[in-house]
Ligand binder design. Structure first.
Ligand SMILES: C[S@@+](CC[C@H](N)C(=O)[O-])C[C@H]1O[C@@H](n2cnc3c(N)ncnc32)[C@H](O)[C@@H]1O
Length: 196
C-alpha cells in the first residue's frame, strides 16, 4: 500500500503544527551551522520533507535555500513550483547530491519511515559538510506512542522508532554527535553535528 498517497491531502492540516516560537528555537540552533551569508551560501536539506511545510517555515526564518528530498510525488506536489522551496524526488538512503552540499539536514516525523536507517545516516554524513548540523524530530515509541507504532506497521510502514537515548547512540555510531530534548509526552528532538 502506498501509505503517503492516501495521507498526503491530510498533511495540509498539519502545516502549522510548529509554533512560531518553536521554529525560531530551531532556526536559532541552525544559524551557526550556516557556512556563509544566506541565502547565497547556506543550504539546508529537509529529508522526507513531504509537503514542504517545515522547509518553508525554515526558509522564512533563516533565509537559507531549503531543498526537500522525498520519494512520494503525492507529498511533493503540494510544494509550489514558483515558491522558495526546491524539491527533489528521491530517498534518504541514496541521495542525488554531491558530497558536502549542505550546511545541515533536518528530518521531521520521517526518520522512522526510512527502511535503511544506517544507510540514511551515512548519506547525512556525506552530503553535509564536516561541522554541519543534523536535526531530527521524532516520536518516542514508549508509552502513548505504542499503538501508533503498531498501526504504522499494520499499514506496511517500517515503524523503526528509536527512543531518544538509542537515537543518540545510533547517531554517534554513525558519525553524528548530539543530544536529545523531550518535547511534550510523545516527541523529542535530536540536535547533532557531523564530526567527520
Ligand atoms: C509523516 S511524513 C512527514 C513529512 C514532513 N517531514 C512533515 O513533518 O510534515 C513522512 C515522509 O517521509 C517520506 N519518506 C518515506 N520513506 C522515505 C525515504 N526512504 N527517504 C526519504 N523520505 C521518505 C514520506 O514520503 C513522507 O513524505
Amino acid at each position: 500500500m502506498d501509505f503517503f498517497k492516501w495521507v498526503a491531502p491530510a498533511f495540509g492540516h498539519f502545516a502549522d503544527r510548529w509554533s512560531a516560537e518553536t521554529i525560531e528555537g530551531i532556526a536559532e540552533w541552525l544559524r551557526p551551522h550556516m557556512s556563509g551569508d544566506c541565502p547565497k551560501d547556506c543550504a539546508i536539506l529537509d529529508v522526507g520533507g513531504g509537503t514542504g511545510a517545515f522547509a518553508k517555515r525554515l526558509h522564512d526564518a533563516i533565509g537559507a535555500q531549503v531543498t526537500v528530498l522525498d520519494p512520494s510525488p503525492d507529498m511533493l506536489r503540494y510544494i509550489p513550483a514558483e515558491g522558495p522551496v526546491h524539491c527533489v524526488q528521491g530517498v534518504a538512503e541514496a541521495m542525488p547530491f554531491e558530497d558536502d552540499t549542505f550546511d545541515a539536514v533536518v528530518v521531521t516525523d520521517a526518520f522512522h519511515h526510512f527502511r535503511d536507517q544506517p544507510g540514511a545516516a551515512a548519506e547525512f554524513r556525506r552530503v553535509v559538510r564536516c561541522g554541519g548540523g543534523v536535526f531530527v524530530e521524532e516520536f518516542d515509541p514508549r508509552g502513548l506512542m505504542r499503538r501508533i507504532v503498531a498501526a504504522e506497521k499494520l499499514v506496511g510502514e517500517p515503524g523503526y522508532f528509536y527512543t531518544p537515548e538509542d537515537l543518540c547512540v545510533f547517531m554517534a555510531a554513525n558519525g553524528v554527535e548530539g543530544h536529545c530534548e523531550k518535547v511534550g509526552p510523545i516527541s523529542y528532538r535530536f540536535f547533532g553535528k557531523v564530526t567527520g
